[in-house]
Write a protein that binds this ligand. Structure first.
Ligand code: SAM
Ligand code: SF4
Length: 491
């Protein structure tokens, strides 16, 4: 199953018959789509959209692996396909075009794709077209055709702007179509984006990465940094607000390295404030921030504008300066802690989350203890933790002193237990506190809902009200688990 989010969509699609829930928006920076159809820059509901392209080309199934950037790339890829007259379906069995948008950040994620492709090997002559998109496509390139000869399209994310041309070649019957350039200076802007969530919209403002962390395959798979023009971003935000989106999340591998390519040269913090100024926008998030480029003006902007969410995701990766050097993270433990002190110095309490890798080559018990003591020092609100996974095309692949898998698992368990204790203690202090929530889920259980706070905590809560999805409500916390909070709607 592809990732889908299909509640409350009739509001945005005018009740149109669409194969899966979706909200369609046009890119205001684009005046015509690849078929030459003119767009006025206003939102296009699905019913109108059907009128744009009534001739059907077939059906597509799109499964997404990996991060939020991949999720959003898939929303744009789906927009490109819908604009070409395809209909989206929920299973590969009923699709004429099957696409996998892949992740190669860790080996396990990359393997998943080949196991999916393996499912098609025996039925390769049934006429269906199969494509591999994203990071595994970029990483493996034409090797994919050798391992899975039934694949016809291999396209990395840096080449998505060429997707319409590549699809035209696939439709013409070409069995080996590739888009593998990373030397592009273009960002992937589509005439139409089919958004999955009707209240929170993702918006990529910077693609690729110019950092060179020694363990990370992203600079290879996603290419160099390209920032999107600030005026185009702001036009799209206004369009999203007109369509009823109240929360926008600005995305980038290093979102705060944003460098406006226009003469306006907006700083990242200025862009945040300008996005928050769009009428109708109530919350602005951004992820992922790189510690080196995290500056005081971002904290000042959060203090000045309450619509900027009080949450910063600031991956540290390790608490040991020695390991950080080997990782080429460009900061020491002390410099990272200075950034934390800067965020803690904000007038509003800002929640801080992080990513950590254990078992990097040469990591000692003493290094791990430094990471554990960093958790004690920072008291993160949440942590994503990973065992180091050697990746192709990365400098750390050649490093000696690999840590055995079992030992990596042990270290991960120790780290996660430490963070669990921190979260239990932190959540206990929240019982009795009232938060504003954007309601985004309804449980099957009567009167049970869920939503997230500005500081990005999930609260499962009860309410006697009937229609809460997409609304902002006040919720009082009544209980806590290590990963979420329980509450009831406050009067
Ligand atoms: N750009 C972000 C940053 O600099 O923190 C992170 C992007 S990456 C998609 C998300 C996370 O995956 C990283 O923060 C890191 O913790 C993890 N990661 C990346 N490469 C990894 C590897 N080779 N093995 C294990 N985890 C990895
Ligand atoms: Fe990878 Fe480092 Fe770039 Fe993040 S900053 S995407 S971890 S190379």
């Amino acid at each position: 199953m592809g990732k889908t989010f299909d509640i409350g969509l009739d509001r945005l699609t005018g009740g149109a018959q669409f194969s899966i829930g979706s909200a369609i928006t046009t890119n205001p920076g684009t005046t015509k789509n690849e078929d030459g159809f003119a767009h006025a820059g206003a939102g296009v509901a699905a019913s109108q959209f059907g009128a744009i392209r009534s001739a059907s080309r077939g059906t597509f199934f799109l499964e997404t692996f990996g991060c939020q950037m991949n999720d959003h790339d898939s929303e744009k890829v789906a927009g490109v396909l819908l604009a070409r007259g395809y209909t989206q379906v929920e299973s590969p069995e009923s699709a004429s075009l099957i696409l996998y948008n892949t992740c190669s950040i860790r080996e396990k994620a990359a393997q998943k794709v080949f196991s999916r492709l393996g499912e098609f090997g025996v039925q390769q002559n049934d006429g269906r077209v199969i494509g591999v998109l994203g990071c595994v496509a970029q990483q493996e390139g034409e090797e994919i055709f050798r391992r899975a000869p039934w694949v016809s399209l291999v396209c990395g994310s840096a080449s998505y702007s060429k997707l319409p041309e590549l699809l035209a070649q696939v439709e013409a019957g070409n069995q080996r179509v590739t888009g593998l350039d990373t030397d592009t200076d273009e960002t992937f802007e589509t005439p139409v984006t089919r958004r999955d969530n009707p209240w929170r919209a993702y918006l990529t403002i910077i693609e690729g990465c110019d950092k060179a962390c020694s363990y990370c395959v992203v600079p290879y798979t996603r290419g160099p940094e390209r920032s999107r023009a600030s005026d185009s971003i702001l036009r799209e935000v206004r369009q999203l607000a007109d369509l009823g989106y109240s929360e926008v999340q600005l995305l980038g591998q290093t979102v705060n390295s944003y460098a406006d390519p226009t003469a306006r040269k907006m700083r990242f913090s200025e862009l945040l404030l300008a996005v928050a100024d769009a009428p109708g926008i109530r919350r602005v998030r951004f992820t992922t921030s790189h510690p080196r480029d995290f500056t005081q003006d971002i904290v000042d902007a959060i203090d000045r504008q309450p619509k900027l969410c009080n949450h910063v995701h600031l991956p540290v990766q390790s608490g040991s300066t020695r390991v950080l050097r080997a990782m080429q993270r460009t900061y020491s433990r002390e410099e990272y802690l200075e950034k934390i002190a800067m965020i803690r110095g904000a007038k509003r309490a800002v929640s801080i989350t992080t990513d950590i890798i254990v078992g990097f080559p040469g990591e000692t018990d003493a290094d791990l203890r430094e990471t554990l003591s960093l958790l004690d020092a920072v008291k993160y609100d949440a942590m994503f933790s990973f065992k180091y996974s050697p990746r192709p095309h990365t400098p750390s692949l050649a490093m000696s002193d690999a840590i055995p898998e079992e030992e990596k698992s042990r270290r991960l368990a120790v780290l996660q237990e430490k963070q669990r204790e921190i979260q239990v203690a932190r959540h206990a202090t929240m019982v009795g506190v009232t938060f504003e929530l954007l309601v985004s889920g309804k449980s099957r259980r009567e009167n049970h809902w869920s939503g997230h706070t500005s500081c990005h905590r999930v609260i499962n809560f009860t309410s006697q009200e009937r229609a809460l999805l997409g609304k902002y409500v006040q919720v009082r916390v009544t209980g806590a688990t290590p990963n979420s909070l329980l509450g009831e709607q406050a009067p």
